[in-house]
Design a protein around this ligand. Structure first.
Ligand code: GLP
Length: 260
């Protein structure tokens, strides 16, 4: 796993966007795995800037989102459909039929999950999956004790995740209890993973995921099993990493490392 520590959120977002842009420059028809949450917002803003100012082209890109709340229709302001449209899709030129987001309102969840997995395979698999991390160490909505081989499925949110995400809803009771999420096994099949984390509330989860044991109690620790995973963090999220000097030494010695 490669760990890149950047001084702040803006730099973290730029470095992550640069990795996505490099992939699109070499593979214009790449399949991207998208994440929601507040952390990737800066990364999406930077991709939009590159699209508008530097002609970064998304016209042949296909996307698959990680997850969606169960019970929220696509026009609900807290749905991940709405989030993605608002913060990214409406600003770039990805054809609508190339955008895939799990349905939060299907009448048959098992059939939908199976279809979603099949669709990823039909599109050639995910080239690059963007990830955030929950304070409980989750990726997607793979809460503690999720199987590290899990596939797209319904998942019950942990109390901690409901508490964390309550800030986006009017009342805590409004936070959906279930979500549909790609599994850890699905995520690990992407050819490249980039995980972004910012702020001190993520420091513990990042230390556990990067330097702790591989465990289903911290599903982000499964990134240790992946051959091409990059974790990009700001100073605060890096605060509990014990090997930081080593990560910085590696990054500084890398001639073609993305910088701005
Ligand atoms: C949700 C999403 C995750 C995301 C996490 C952290 O639970 N399902 O994919 O990583 O939130 O969100 P934030 O970046 O807002 O801290």
């Amino acid at each position: 796993m490669e760990v890149i520590v950047q001084r702040d959120y803006a730099q973290m977002s730029k470095v992550a966007a640069q990795i996505v842009a490099e992939l699109l420059n070499t593979k214009p028809n790449a399949v991207l795995g998208m994440a929601t949450g507040s952390t990737p917002l800066g990364l999406y803003q930077e991709l939009v800037r590159l699209h508008e100012k530097e002609q970064l082209d998304f016209s042949r890109v296909t996307t698959f989102n990680l997850d969606e709340y169960v019970g929220l229709p696509g026009n609900h302001p807290q749905s991940y459909h709405y989030f993605m449209h608002e913060h990214f899709f409406r600003h770039v030129n990805i054809p609508a039929h190339n955008i895939n987001i799990p349905s939060g309102t299907t009448s048959n969840y098992p059939a939908f999950c199976e279809w979603y997995e099949k669709r990823i395979t039909e599109c050639g698999g995910i080239d690059l999956q963007i990830l955030g991390i929950g304070t409980d160490g989750h990726i997607g909505f793979n809460e503690p004790t999720s199987s590290l081989s899990s596939r797209t499925r319904l998942k019950t949110l942990s109390k901690q995740t409901i508490d964390d995400n309550a800030r986006f809803f009017e009342r805590r009771e409004d936070v959906p209890v279930y979500a549909i999420t790609m599994g850890v096994g699905t995520i690990l099949e992407a050819r490249q993973l980039i995980l972004v984390a910012s702020g001190k509330t993520k420091a513990k989860a990042i230390a556990q995921a990067v330097e702790g044991p591989v465990t289903s109690m911290v599903t982000a620790s499964a990134l240790q099993l992946h051959r091409d995973a990059v974790v990009i963090v700001d100073e605060e999220a890096a605060a509990r990493l014990t090997m930081r000097d080593y990560y910085e030494f590696i990054y500084a010695a890398k001639p073609a490392a993305p910088r701005s």
